[in-house]
Design a protein around this ligand. Structure first.
Ligand SMILES: [Mn+2]
Length: 443
């Protein structure tokens, strides 16, 4: 049975297409520097936003009209799997991602929950045999259930720590079973509300103990995939331990976990942390820690996590710039951790949203690639730091000088001459590349 009867397979028709169910810029086979767009962008559908979410918000009930709305329990879970694989194939995406609770209902005991998981994982495995779609990553949801009220691995209650360990143990087994490319940790409740009742050191030490146990268990079962931490500064807890990439990196370094972990970077979490998306990507990249991306965008007028589909061409260009500079995403991908707006309640809006996001990232890829090819920013940056390529600058970089020598050098300087940073000129150039790529004037 078809769940999305009004939608056929989405094909690339080019920028002049008027067909709402066609890609205008994302051409999976088109090669950029010898690699196809499909290989470079590695798009992934987020199960929770696309199949589990219903459009409810803190003020009102769900609005989403879905062909599976009349079902419940395991029947609902099974219908969602069928619908999911129909959408994956119609969108021609290579990956998907899920939390354990997205795919199967929780039972009244852990054992029952695991049994529900097994039924649906078995079904997904069957579908994957005849589909090209692969699992980008899975994760354990350790924030929705009330047991995580004080955290999961950072809970004040050791029973919750143990329960959380059991959840991740099971999720790692599922990752192995389905051939996941990565495993993700997003610690939604791993933080605190007030220091008045919090042993911050114990909580962080416990989080590290938890991660080490996860590394050990993955090794034990032969699951050899990158573990990814997804930083977020706030919401749902006020202070979250994985605030941003820099904070997460310090944590991983302190607890000797950098060999096993990288980051899954989300655009909207970056902006909540007071950073740009590209800042977080750059911080991860220059430290060799860029693992995967949750491709979405926030709203500059709202101070919370709106998880919108990433349609901002400028941001996507700067994001793809970092990703290309990273040599691609490796085992990671661009996962649409994004939901249609509450008012976009038709099932076909799921397609419009993904098409818009995929096209917008395809544009970002093309523009970023041109910027790199023409050394538009690289050339400027190289010139800007050229004082470090000879003389005293080279001595500094090569560690061949010291404060005494530098003082002697500074004393004989008559005048220090700086050069303009040319911010506006560079922004204009990026716009020029964007517009010329879009119009086809620059290919
Ligand atoms: Mn988000």
């Amino acid at each position: 049975m078809a769940y999305f009867e009004t939608v056929n397979t989405i094909k690339y028709e080019g920028a002049s297409s008027q067909n709402p169910f066609a890609f205008k810029y994302y051409n999976p086979e088109e090669k950029i520097n010898g690699k196809t767009m499909e290989e470079l962008l590695r798009f992934s559908v987020a199960y929770w936003h696309t199949f589990t979410a219903d459009g409810s918000d803190p003020f009102g009930a769900g609005t989403a009209i879905r062909p599976w709305n009349h079902l419940s329990g395991l029947d609902l879970a099974k219908a969602r799997v069928e619908a999911a694989f129909e959408l994956f194939e119609k969108l021609n995406v290579p990956f998907f991602a899920f939390h354990d609770v997205d795919i199967a209902p929780e039972g009244s005991t852990l054992k029952e929950t695991n049994e529900n998981q097994d039924v649906i994982v078995g079904m997904i495995k069957e579908y994957m045999k005849t589909s090209k779609v692969k699992l980008l990553w899975n994760t354990a949801n350790m924030f929705t259930n009330q047991r995580y009220v004080h955290g999961a691995a950072t809970s004040s209650n050791a029973d919750v720590f143990a329960y959380s360990a059991a959840k991740v143990k099971k999720a790692l087994e599922v990752a192995k079973d389905l051939g996941a490319e990565n495993y993700v940790f997003w610690g939604g409740r791993e933080g605190y509300e007030t220091l008045l009742n919090t042993d911050m050191k114990l909580e962080q030490d416990n989080l590290a103990r938890f991660f080490h146990m996860a590394v050990d268990y993955a090794k034990e079962i032969g699951l050899n995939v990158p573990f990814l931490i997804e930083p977020k500064p706030k919401e749902p807890t006020k202070h979250q331990y994985d605030f941003d990439v820099a904070t997460g990196l310090a944590f991983l370094q302190k607890y000797d976990l950098t060999d096993h972990f990288k980051f899954n970077i989300e655009a909207n979490h970056a902006t909540l942390a007071g950073h740009t998306f590209e800042h977080e990507l750059r911080t991860a990249r220059i430290n060799g820690m860029l693992g995967s991306v949750d491709a979405n965008q926030g709203d500059t007028l709202l101070g919370w996590d709106t998880d919108e589909f990433p349609t901002d061409l400028y941001t996507n260009t700067l994001a793809m710039y970092e990703i290309l500079k990273n040599g691609g995403l490796g085992k990671g991908g661009l996962n649409f951790d994004a939901k249609v707006r509450r008012g976009s309640f038709d099932a076909e809006d799921l397609f419009h949203a993904h098409i818009a996001g995929m096209d917008a990232f395809a544009i970002g890829l093309k523009v970023a690639n041109k910027l790199i090819e023409d050394k538009v920013l690289d050339g400027f940056v190289e010139e800007r730091y050229s004082s470090y390529t000879s003389g005293i600058g080279l001595d500094i970089v090569e560690g061949k000088t010291n404060f005494r020598e530098l003082e002697a050098y500074a004393l004989q300087l008559n005048e220090i001459k700086n050069q303009s940073g040319r911010t506006e000129r560079l922004k204009g150039l990026v716009n020029q590349y964007l517009l010329e790529t879009l119009s086809g004037a620059r290919v």
